[in-house]
Design a protein around this ligand. Sequence first.
Ligand code: SF4
Length: 279
Amino acid sequence: MEIILAREYGFCFGVRRAISLAEEALKSGKHVASLGPIIHNPLEVSRLESIGLRVIEDISELREGESILIRSHGVPLEIIQELKDRGIDIIDATCPLVARAQRMVDFLTSEGYRVIIAGEQGHPEVKGLVSYGKNNASVVSTLEEIPELSREKIGIVGQTTFSLERFREIVGEVVSKSWEVRIFNTLCDASRKRQLAVEELVDKTDAIIVIGGRNSANTRRLVDIALSKGATVYHIESWDEVLPEWFIGKDKIGITAGASTPDWVIDKVLEKIRELCYQ
Ligand code: SF4
């Protein structure tokens, strides 16, 4: 049986960078708390906890002398300000692409544009972006949510992981209703590349194993895409879940993983498959 890996899978560079920053800080002897789980992968979160990373939900839980790690989604400006005022050491792992989107909202706001953020209301990254809009930014995820627009200057940015198709639709609708629109394409193509790669994999294989946290939206999206293309799909978080009967009568098995799945978990899954099939 042949194992075929997707053309793009696993950690994106923003997540890889966040994990490295956490590991470096812990190695240097710092006590570090991350504000929220650093990624949506319970195995990787447990590994980091085992080397000292503490997960907190609110900055009020910080202990004396602890540094805080800001995860790749970024946080609202008020939180950064409060941490600075309290003199807390900040390890800023905000993904550079998210930081760019924050700068774009800040720039548009300072230039007098009313900002529309194409994204999901309540998503941690979006909460951060909104804070740069100084009470003049609206979050829109569907055409119906676009507010009434008059002759204002409108600026548009997107949540980095927002769908390109919906971003295009929202931009088109806003342009048709406004006199002046400035658009910054702040979308990241890491998720999209993984989604296109899983589509390709469906055509080349008899079944697909998707590795990643059940709480990871981008991993679930890979599962949904493969299912919608008619593939036999197994979604697993850990190598322990791989079963021998999945490979009976199969010539080609495809493997992919969400952007929050670490390499070491993928390696262990591959090892387990080889053990079951080639022994
Ligand atoms: S998905 Fe893109 S924007 Fe999000 S952390 Fe990864 S590289 Fe950064």
